[in-house]
Design a protein around this ligand. Structure first.
Ligand code: UGA
Length: 441
């Protein structure tokens, strides 16, 4: 099939590249010329496993085209995916202006054949209806609006696109639903040729529902996962007060299949480009409808406070003496396996420590380049753990990078000035000989 993807970010690029590698022709439309130029040369705009590989392969096969021009793509496409950003407005609502602007541009090029307009961006409930109204108002061509939320994780984007847990399709047109299912057929039936890893030996469930339910499924999924994390962080804070160990508590409750052991890691709380934005947007959306979402409010509050509780531990250990203390921060991305710094607890902690007069050196396996653009000039960027911790008064761990889990504390102990570790992700299992501060243990 011929497919257009509007927006070449994490979601758009992953979706488009996977569809291209399954044999479709994919037109990527984006407003960012510089990004498109570098994509044309096979260079992705962010770090994400397998993206560069798939990009180079599909460029060579001439299955992907990058353009700023809707007229080059829409008239040729049967399916158009909208994958643009929906950032937060100051009011806390999701800003759908990029979605609506893409829709206006798409509608100018709709012709005789019916085009499926598939919304993948995370949008407030009711957006698909708004999109429909907008195009009908403009009276341009035939189209069906489908909602097809995305559940991929950064750091696993391609893997999650090939092997999703489920595919959710919201629409009220049987033919358009069947058409989209056909496009996804190799993924649903797991019949694609092995590209990056093995196929699953089961079919992927497809949930067909209304646009509104599909839109809410996306928010509800992220809200539930964020709730699990805030819940375990609250229990971790209780564990600290009563002398229990949250790692054992999480293991003990996670064995109950009704609870499950995933997303029960206590630490600095959730960050990134999705949970913080989506939780606030859902909270605001529900609030606007007149219902007071007390649980969501608490989930957000626990998370907002979690990184500051951790910071307080550091301040308490050093008393008033943080000025001129040398501190190594290991991990600056919002989680391991990505170079994304958006809403990163590590960034916030570094900024606070700098404002308290500490001298910071950081190391992150992937995010140093982005760190330079975001962090104060005074922060030292180091290309190894060893360089970062040299002659420091404390080490702070903010992500679960594999390198941090396996670092040799005995060796590092000889490089530091003081053997103090603040472990924001509870990844150190044997801190013998170190003054150790975790979360909830
Ligand atoms: C999240 C969801 O997991 C995806 O399903 C969804 O598609 C995506 O948002 C989105 O809406 O686009 P992502 O933001 O990549 O994906 O990150 P996660 O791996 O979910 O982690 C989110 C945050 O929770 C990270 O800061 C992580 O460190 C934290 N976390 C995760 C914990 O603190 N504890 C845990 O047990 C798990």
């Amino acid at each position: 099939m011929k497919v257009t993807v509007i927006g070449a970010g994490y979601v758009g690029l992953s979706t488009g590249l996977v569809l291209a590698s399954l044999g479709n022709k994919v037109y990527f439309v984006d407003v960012d010329k510089e990004k498109l130029e570098s994509l044309k040369e096979g260079k992705p705009p962010f770090y994400e496993p397998h993206v560069e590989d798939l990009l180079k392969r599909t460029l060579k096969e001439k299955r992907v085209i990058f353009t700023t021009d809707y007229s080059e793509a829409i008239p040729l496409s049967d399916v158009v995916f909208i994958c643009v950003g929906t950032p937060l407005r100051v009011s806390g609502e999701a800003d759908t202006r990029q979605v609506m602007s893409a829709v206006r541009d798409i509608s100018k090029h709709l012709g005789g054949k019916t085009v499926s307009i598939v919304i993948k961006s995370t949008v407030p409930v009711g957006t698909a209806r708004e999109v429909e109204k907008q195009i009908n108002k403009d009276h341009y061509g035939n189209f069906i609006v489908l909602s097809n939320p995305e559940f991929l994780r950064e750091g696993h984007a391609i893997e999650d696109t090939f092997k999703p847990d489920r595919i959710v399709i919201g629409a009220n047109d049987k033919k358009a639903i069947e058409h989209l299912i056909k496009l996804y057929d190799p993924i649903i039936k797991q019949t694609f040729k092995r590209v990056i890893s093995d196929r699953l030996d089961r079919e992927i469930p497809v949930v067909v529902t209304t646009n509104e339910s599909a839109e809410l499924i996306k928010y509800a999924a992220n809200a539930f996962l964020a709730t699990k994390i805030s819940f375990i962080n609250e229990i971790a804070n209780i564990a600290e007060n009563v002398g229990a160990d949250i790692t054992d508590v999480a293991f003990g409750i996670g064995l109950d299949p009704r609870i499950g052991n995933l997303f029960l890691k206590a630490g600095l709380g959730w960050g990134g480009s999705c949970f913080p934005k989506d939780l606030k947007a859902l909270h605001q959306m529900v609030g606007n409808s007149g219902y007071l979402p007390g649980l969501l409010k608490a989930v957000i509050k626990v998370n907002d406070e979690q990184r500051f509780r951790f910071l307080q531990k550091i301040v308490k250990v050093f008393g008033d003496g943080l000025r001129n203390k040398k501190i190594a921060v290991l991990g600056i991305a919002f989680k391991a396996g990505t170079d994304d710094l958006r809403n990163s607890p590590g960034v916030e902690i570094v900024k606070q420590l700098v404002s308290l007069g500490a001298k910071i050196s950081i190391y992150d396996p992937l995010a140093l380049e982005n760190a330079r653009k975001t962090l104060p000039e005074s922060v030292g960027l180091c290309d190894s753990i060893e360089k970062a911790v040299e002659k420091t008064d404390a080490i702070i761990i903010t992500t679960e990078a594999q390198e941090f889990k396996t670092m040799n504390l005995e060796k590092l102990g000889k490089l530091v000035r003081e053997k103090i570790i603040f472990d924001g992700r509870n990844i150190i299992s044997n801190p013998k000989g170190w003054d150790y501060w975790g979360v909830g243990r």
